[in-house]
Write a protein that binds this ligand. Structure first.
Ligand code: HEM
Length: 514
């Protein structure tokens, strides 16, 4: 999810701020007070700033953006607020009613994306990705291609063996890491690696060796780092101070192209000469890109465009899924009773054979656990940034075009008006507790870890399969407990690309079958 709002304003900026903040904030103050925003009926912001809060206040708080919003803004100003982030205006929504009005009732108007910063323009090939494309025919074609080419249930089914093999490898990796480390393992990196392997095979249609996987993974992490928002994205007048960073962006983009093009070429040669590589899959995401249709016409994307589209596929599902698994194991360690219930369900459903996806689908407790997991720990706290296609109204307020519309997901999934005891982690709320939630938002908005409406995550079904299957296999094979033994799990959060655990979860595992 490469959203502007899903990255933190890292403490690194503090140094620059001490030198530039006063000039910048003075300028912003003058600009925002006189801006046309004043004439508009915009939602409220912090006191002293009649219409808006600003970038300076967020940075000065020293908090990650999501924490500032949750702790400083929402309790004071309610579910719709405006921030002036330098030259950008940001409107944050955090209630089910507002999101229902924006993404469902006025879905078409709120379905586009905002202007991108120059770094994102480079990496998205000028908005040539599903997530960044403006609402319109190009977006429709790219999205249709991703769904039909790779994410439809028929396509997904054909990758079942790849998923099962990845699960076997995950279990073997955990075993060997535990053997070498006194029974302990780091959860996030193992889960991330497993899902990344699946997505790589789906992207290229052949299995990559471990060294190449590590290299691609490293490169993708570097890309995410340079995509982190910079001060000059909000205050372009500071541009001259960031020439080194701009040079770095170009270097990383080249590195990304050089790493992925050989894999794209290998797939092309497999397609031309299938018998040379009998183990290759009959189709892959790349194949659909060689044969892309835009607005009903055949188009031949360039290599940089293919690199961009395949990177989107890899990025979309890796950290999001890995993060969900890390929080899942943390919750199981914290609640041994839940872990026992889950294990009992697995045992009674499959006996001694390894859990498969069709088994996981039938497990009601597992499904309730995953739903509760995504309610309490949506991997990204903000949905991707939306924008309006034309000036619009929301709850009576004006929403101008070229404004970033952000949706703060925990505002909804932890709303006490919607949920009983929302802070409590309790899968039974969906079983005996009589609560219900529909993640697609069809029967009302109560939680939306995948977004809702026209821009809902196209990877939802696959991601749910990955999360369910991985948790089921990890619990079937191991009993999970805290490390050091008897210690409480530190549930504090940290914003990386997703909201991960502040102290990366290291857990003790005991194989259940020897
Ligand atoms: C647990 C895993 C995942 C979570 C929590 C998640 C969450 C999200 C969210 C919140 C959005 C933004 C929706 C909006 O703009 O309103 C999104 C969009 C998107 N996701 Fe996911 N996602 C996950 C997995 C995946 C996977 C596996 C893929 C593909 C391989 C994927 C591809 C995308 C794409 C392409 C978009 C942009 C859709 C558009 O703009 O039309 N995601 N996802």
């Amino acid at each position: 999810m490469d959203s502007l709002s899903s990255s933190s304003l890292s403490p690194y900026y503090h140094l620059i701020f001490t030198a530039l903040a006063f000039i910048a904030s003075g300028l912003i103050f003058l600009l925002t007070r006189q801006s046309k925003a004043k004439k508009l009926n915009l939602p409220p912001g912090p006191p002293g700033w009649p219409v808006v809060g600003n970038l300076f206040q967020v940075a000065r708080s020293g908090k990650p953006f999501f924490e500032y919003v949750r702790e400083n803004l929402l309790p004071k100003y309610g579910p719709i607020i405006t921030l002036k982030m330098g030259t950008r205006t940001m409107i944050i929504l955090s209630s089910a009613e507002l999101v229902q009005e924006a993404l469902i009732e006025k879905g078409q108007v709120f379905a586009t994306r905002p202007r991108e910063n120059p770094t994102r323009i480079i990496f998205s090939c000028n908005k040539f990705t599903v997530n960044a494309a403006l609402y319109g025919p190009v977006w429709r074609s790219l999205r249709k291609n991703m769904v039909q080419g790779m994410l439809s249930s028929a396509r997904l089914k054909q990758y079942g063996t790849v998923r099962n093999e990845a699960m076997d490898k995950l279990i073997a990796r955990i075993k060997s890491e535990a053997d070498a480390n006194d029974g302990t393992v780091f959860v996030l990196r193992n889960a991330r690696f497993a899902v990344f392997c699946i997505l790589l095979t789906m992207s290229f249609g052949f299995e990559l060796d471990e060294k190449t996987i590590e290299r691609v993974d490293q490169m993708m992490k570097t890309v995410l780092l340079v995509l982190d928002p910079r001060l000059d994205d909000y205050l372009p007048l500071l541009n001259p101070f960031f020439s080194k960073q701009r040079k770095r962006v170009k270097e990383v983009r080249n590195e990304q192209i050089q790493t992925l093009v050989p894999l794209i070429e290998k797939r092309r040669s497999i397609l031309q000469n299938p018998e040379s590589y009998p183990n290759a899959m009959p189709f892959s995401y790349i194949d659909s890109l060689f044969d892309l249709e835009i607005e009903g016409r055949k188009s031949t994307p360039t290599y940089p465009e293919i690199v961009t589209l395949v990177s989107e596929f890899l990025n979309g599902g890796t950290d999001t899924t890995g993060t969900a698994i890390e929080w899942a194991i943390a919750r199981l360690i914290e609640n041994p009773l839940i872990q026992t219930k889950l294990y009992d369900e697995i045992k009674s459903t499959v006996g001694d054979k390894a859990v498969e996806e069709k088994d996981a689908e039938k497990m009601v407790y597992l499904n309730a656990f995953v739903k509760e997991l995504l309610r309490k720990h949506p991997p990204t706290y903000f949905s991707l940034t939306h924008a309006v296609t034309e000036p619009a109204k929301l709850a009576g307020y004006d929403i101008p075009t070229d404004t970033n519309v952000e949706i703060f997901l925990p505002g909804i999934s932890e709303d006490p008006k919607i949920w009983k005891d929302p802070a409590r982690f309790d899968p039974d709320r969906f079983l005996t507790g009589g609560e219900e939630a529909d993640m697609m938002g069809t029967s009302g908005v109560k939680m939306m870890p995948f977004g809702i409406g026209r821009r809902i995550c196209p990877g939802l079904s696959m991601a749910t399969v990955h999360v369910n299957l991985m948790i089921a296999r990890m619990v079937q094979e191991f009993e999970w407990s805290g490390y050091p033994e008897g210690s409480k799990v530190d549930m504090s959060e940290k914003l990386e690309f997703t909201v991960v655990m502040k102290t990366s979860l290291r857990a003790k595992v005991k194989p259940r079958r020897v």
